[in-house]
Ligand binder design. Structure first.
Ligand SMILES: [Zn+2]
Length: 276
């Protein structure tokens, strides 16, 4: 699943190769998938995208915005798979859920193994899409500062008993984070996934805030996580500290064996000594 760092890397790469290209054809894939949500029929989509020019891509949370000018914005979100650029002459993936071909012969494809949403919005309407509408500040937004983070934690506590992992992964409280990056954030902040927000001291909140913004920036700087691919099919350079491979191995900080627990709809990998 792409989280905000991987999508940010992909959007940056798109902006190196796509702007100014003219769409020659568009399709909503050739492989039916129960968990891909479209807001257009394939015919409608093809008719609307032809002749439009690609603008500058941008990211909000787990959503990528690609302007097709004039008049439209293509949104790809909650995507668990690949988004790929194909130079002229390169074959598209055999199975795909979205494709745009350009008059130069180059193409863009998107394929998911999990789920995802594809919306072609009229420009100006893109913030009406479910999950995009009313999105809270993401860790890359200027508004996501330490004061805002403190208020968010208070609000999350008031809305019900909430743990550290719940803050990081549930209800889009911090858009763009997911179960993958959350593991390393919690390790960096030395907090257990089940730790209640109500128990955190100011210094621990400072540490958690720094771990969120620092980890997101580190993953972007490394070109995304190593278990995801970028726009050109390359693996990212950020190897997670806490993932399935870490289970049973010594904690990189203290040497205690890393354990796996199941919590809030996914596996967590943590150091039982460092993370309390
Ligand atoms: Zn440790």
């Amino acid at each position: 699943m792409f989280e905000v760092p991987e999508l940010t890397v992909i959007a940056g790469q798109m902006n190196g190769v796509l702007p100014g290209l003219t769409v020659a054809g568009g399709g909503l894939g050739n492989s039916p998938h129960k968990f891909v949500w479209y807001d257009r029929t394939p015919e409608e989509f093809a008719g609307l995208v032809v002749g439009r020019e690609v603008g500058l891509a941008r990211v909000e949370g787990k959503w990528l915005f690609l302007p097709l000018e004039p008049g439209y914005v293509l949104l790809i979100g909650e995507w668990g798979g690949r988004i790929r650029y194909h130079p002229s002459g390169e074959a598209l993936p055999a199975k795909r859920h979205l494709d745009l071909t350009f008059t130069t012969g180059a193409a863009l494809s998107a394929t998911t193994q999990m789920w995802g949403g594809v919306h072609l919005c009229e420009a100006g309407q893109e913030h009406e899409v479910k999950y995009v509408k009313d999105m809270r500040p993401t860790p890359l937004d200027e508004a996501f500062d330490r004061r805002y983070f403190g208020e968010l934690v208070v609000e999350a506590q008031q809305a019900g008993k909430r743990s550290v992992k719940g803050l990081l992964t549930q209800d889009q409280l911090i858009p763009g984070l997911g179960n993958a990056i959350a593991q390393d954030i919690m390790f960096r902040a030395r907090l257990h996934p089940r730790r209640s927000l109500a128990d955190l001291r100011e210094g621990q909140l400072d540490g958690l805030f720094a771990a969120i913004t620092g980890t997101v920036r580190d993953v972007i700087a490394a070109g995304g996580r190593s278990d995801e691919r970028d726009l050109f099919g390359r693996s990212g350079g950020y190897a997670r500290l806490m993932d399935a491979k870490a289970a049973g191995r010594p904690c990189p900080r203290c040497g205690t064996p890393v354990v796996k627990i199941s919590y809030l709809g996914g596996a967590c990998y943590l150091c039982p000594d460092c993370q309390q």
